[in-house]
Design a protein around this ligand. Sequence first.
Ligand code: URP
Ligand code: ZN
Ligand code: ZN
Ligand code: ZN
Length: 473
Amino acid sequence: MALLIQNGEIVTSDQRYTADILIEGETITQIGEELDVPDGAEVIDASGQYVFPGFIDPHVHVHLPFMGTFAKDTHATASQAALIGGTTTFIEMLAPAASETLRSGWQTWTDKAHGHSACDYTFHIGVTRWDGETEQTLRELVSGGMTSFKVFLAYKDAFGIEDAALFNTLKLARELGVVVTAHCENAELVSQLQAQLLAEGKTGPEWHEPSRPEQVEADGTAHFATFLEMTGAEGYVVHLSNARALKAALDARQRGVKLHIESVIPHFLLDRTFAERPGVEGAKYVMSPPLRDRANQAALWKALKNGDIDTVATDHCPFDVEQKRMGDGNFTLIPNGIPAIEDRVNLLYTYGVCRGGLSLNRFVDAASTRAAQIFGLYPKKGAVQVGSDADLVIYDPGYRGTVSAATSHVNNDYSGFEGFEIEGRPRVVTVRGQIAVRDGEFVGDPGRGQLLRRPPRVADGANEGARRERERG
Ligand code: URP
Ligand code: ZN
Ligand code: ZN
Ligand code: ZN
């Protein structure tokens, strides 16, 4: 059935205009003024509302074995929460544990998602070790359309990799035209500082931030940039949290390193005092890199407004209160992560656009278009164009509400943003032409989400290997 959205104000990363949008099947087929209503079409009056391209969250954890437990969401709960909040595509990180091969990790992650996700999804392929099996599987996965990797310069003895593995991963990425995303901290410094603090009897969640201070993240960021420079690979720093790390990334960019920057919604709105609350109340706010001194937020907002920060993601990673209690008496055992998948868009709109001077175009760019461009999804995703997937968010700027765990659809028992006011929310959300959300409730098909396969970067001739690989089939 066709769907006609009338009179909405269409906002993309670079345009703002009022028009009708006709959707036939899964695709936008016409955009124009006073379009004819096809027989049997559903008509939605979007007067007084915005129409945005579906939002993209490029950093999400759903199935994650981490710190002795698993993140709480399933693909059903995470995808429906995402859609209610206007996110129509997310990129999950696939992170094989030490006990499994990359191939079996791929099987595990895709089995978890397949048939259970209501929104479209794809994966950053985690490189958690370097060996023959890993390299071969990476080549196969890239030729199958998984064209971004993830590395951890953190979490020593868990997902973290050594410099030799980093070097090999980046060389392969350069050859295949793959963007490498990286968690940037100096893992050894974190480990030493953690041991030192514990030995001094400093065991509560308030010591998490001092165990991985700003310098440690700036050092990890500079280190990653140096390796990009030596290999010519294209990189993407995830969840950048502070002004020093930002400077390290911008300095690298200045000297020609191909480096994109992501920050996540908790770092724009929450600060270290949240994690300084006593006991499990503080543990709820333990994530890495940690929530920082509030002074950093001005630098993040400024860089977001001028486009130095490319994307705003969530790093959605829900652990409930009982799981957070695993770190009672030892902050290094608190499962790291804060949920945000449902609230990212509304929070960024409220505190960025309505209250912070972020332009509507940059808001769309940072929360949708730029991720689509960097990760090979554009213009199918991240655009409102004839021929694009009909992933659309009809957004009601008149809505007023409050974030609360009580009304959240994430599978968790607390919200990191409890009590935050919201000035706007999605009224209707479509995924490839079907309505998935109306007025804050999921009304779609729970298993309709598709695994998105993406082309490699077409860069400077560095993609020869990928081309040959594809030709070999
Ligand atoms: O604390 C965090 N960020 N948890 C999720 C894993 C990661 O580092 O992204
Ligand atoms: Zn991380
Ligand atoms: Zn993460
Ligand atoms: Zn509900």
